[in-house]
Design a binder for this molecule. Sequence first.
Ligand code: PDD
Length: 286
Amino acid sequence: MQRQVYVDGQYLKESEAKISVFDRGFLFADAVYEVTSVIDGHLVDFSDHILRLQRSCRELSLSLPVAPGELKKIHDELIDKNNLKEGAIYLQISRGNAGDRDFLFPSTEVKPTLVLFTQARSLVNNPKVATGLHVVTTEEIRWHRRDIKTVSLLAASLAKEYAHAKHADDAFFVEDGFITEGSSCNCYLVLHDDTVVTRPLSNAILPGITRQSLLRLAEQDGIKLEERSFTPEEAYHAKEIFLSSATQFVLPVVTLDGKSIGDGKPGRITLRLREIYLDMIKQQGK
Ligand code: PDD
């Protein structure tokens, strides 16, 4: 069945949706995006995703082509049109079709291109919750504004390919000896005294929306938190490792660079955090 997608004011069958070859998203990766999960037909943490989108746009002098309220309507309409129960909505805003290839930004009369589409996927019943993930580390080769959610994802794609070639599920980037984040997720350790450690926000990592909610929920649940950088070496000896993202929520990591973490099984704190995050989603859907 063909999806109904959204392009610049129109809902179209996916085979009919077209973008110009001169679109700056295509030529220069001059575009930002968001991925919002949908559970039981409801958007998760939607307003926080839109706040981050607005920040990404501001940082790149990109204007939001429609108001946040209209973005909500488009998301809801796509959920409806595609009968989406569980999965995600991808949104992308590029600096638009400048009519040619030119590094300089086009005049402000060129309208940004707005694209959204749905991805139906099972997210809650992820088999990796029981087995845990195998992760490898790889050199950080991305640019220095990772706090902006741009579509420039080649380094992330290369990192996932590298992990795949090593029969691993994902890769964590390492810069100056410290783990920054995963190819498409934020990273955490659980120390032997059950303290959760995660890297503080800076231009080195994306300010994950799941991270933001998780840190709030962890604090409410009485879990100790420490925001600081950590090395792969410290991670190898952690009690637990886990990651977070909008489509994975919280997933345990059971090996890092082939080394078994803790007792080699998904950890107690990790599973507790996944549970309280899923509870929060249920509450939002009510
Ligand atoms: N990726 N760090 C990076 C580099 C990411 O790409 C993502 C999300 C995150 C987690 O952010 P959030 O919790 O807001 O999803 C951290 C999305 C899911 C993607 O590109 O598909």
